[in-house]
Design a protein around this ligand. Sequence first.
Ligand code: SF4
Length: 100
Amino acid sequence: MKKQNCWEFYKCGRELGGFNATHLGTCPASFEIKTNKFNGAENGGRNCWAIAGTFCKEKTSGIFARESGSCLKCEFYKKVMFEEGASLYSSKFILKTCSV
Ligand code: SF4
């Protein structure tokens, strides 16, 4: 079964070609190819908490702020943690990958 990406879970329409992408901007989670397949994602769709500049809630900026603030309380974050279990790609690994 195909795993859900954040934009499918939240129906934000800010993914590449999404209904909100033109007037609100395309979210980096949908085109970060460095994390493609990590946690079963399409690009960064299941790693959004570790990708800089994602638009969720438009409040948080900076990776650590997201990590420590709203992301840990995020239903989608918890869903991915649960679904991936022991095979989860950690934020540390993803951050390292994205910074290359
Ligand atoms: S991280 Fe970006 S693509 Fe994912 S739900 Fe939030 S706004 Fe949408």
